[in-house]
Write a protein that binds this ligand. Structure first.
Ligand SMILES: C[S@@+](CC[C@H](N)C(=O)[O-])C[C@H]1O[C@@H](n2cnc3c(N)ncnc32)[C@H](O)[C@@H]1O
Length: 269
């Protein structure tokens, strides 16, 4: 199915309204490649028909948004933020929460869960004193398909090859056919929920750490600023925000302060 300019404009506007994801001119191929299989799957002959159908079919609309998301991720992505987390951020935070014995961490565009499981492994490996604490890693995403993947905890050989050290793989995963399944001990640390960063958020507890990595790049300035304002409200006064390694707040109007530890920039209130 080839896409007309009108069809592109229609989808572009709707997708931005529903998810904040901006599709710049030149991204016609992305809509065509990702939505044609979906249109065919539901027995439609054109992208115009798909566009008409999603106006009254919220389930199909969610699948359209889902298909447009880019879910690229890997375990211990960029490494140095996880080193800083292990060596500086968590030791300080754990000291500060000694009385409360509670940690709330949020992987806010979690994709298939590699980021959240990397955090869970760091906690288990390095901080045995947390065994009697209430520790939760909230995993949210706009993609229902990705959330199902986080819950399953199943990763292919190719996926574990991307960032998971063999010693940790054999310790925290079991092999199932050609796949690897995360241990229940790690899965139990995660709470998986749908959350669209660009819509009204459900009530959340105050977070000690928020990972908002490699997602703001898909949004325009207004959406970025609105989301960062909400992030600020949901972060504890001494909490930390992690962005992606190539992202910064230089062009964004926000009151977060950047703090640099070696190669890692962390944002605080
Ligand atoms: C490139 S992945 C980043 C995954 C992980 N945070 C990392 O850095 O490796 C971007 C994720 O953002 C999600 N996403 C895109 N728009 C979103 C929105 N409006 N609300 C919540 N998640 C969104 C996508 O579904 C995708 O899983």
């Amino acid at each position: 199915m080839s896409i007309s300019q009108q069809e592109f404009n229609n989808f572009k506007k709707l997708i931005q309204e529903k998810s904040a994801i901006v599709l710049d001119p030149g991204k016609e191929y992305l809509i065509e490649n990702r939505l044609t299989p979906l249109a065919k799957e539901v027995g439609l002959d054109s992208l115009t028909e798909l566009f008409q159908k999603i106006k009254s079919n919220t389930e199909l609309l969610a699948k359209v948004v889902d298909a447009i998301t880019t879910n690229e991720t890997l375990f211990f992505r960029d490494q140095h933020p996880f080193e800083t987390l292990k060596k500086i951020i968590l030791p300080n935070l754990i000291k500060a929460r000694e009385d409360k014995k509670e940690l709330n961490i949020w992987s806010s565009a979690c994709s298939a869960g590699q980021e959240a499981y990397s955090i869970a492994i760091i906690l288990k490996e390095n901080f045995p004193q947390l065994s009697n604490w209430k520790v939760k890693i909230l995993c949210t995403d706009i993609s229902h398909a990705m959330l199902e993947r986080v819950k399953s905890g199943v990763f292919s050989q190719l996926e574990v090859n991307r960032g998971m050290p063999v010693t940790l793989l054999v310790k925290y995963f079991r092999q199932k056919g050609t796949d690897w399944v995360v241990s229940d001990a790690l899965k139990e640390m995660l709470e998986v929920r749908y959350l669209n960063l660009a819509a009204v958020w459900p009530a959340l507890c105050q977070m000690d750490l928020i990972f908002l990595r490699n997602v703001l790049i898909y949004f325009d300035l207004k959406a970025k600023e609105e989301i960062l304002q909400k992030i600020q409200k949901n972060l504890c006064p001494d909490g930390c925000l992690f962005l992606g390694s190539t992202e910064s707040m230089l062009t964004v109007n926000s009151s977060f302060k950047a703090v640099k530890y070696d190669r890692t920039v962390i944002y605080t209130k």
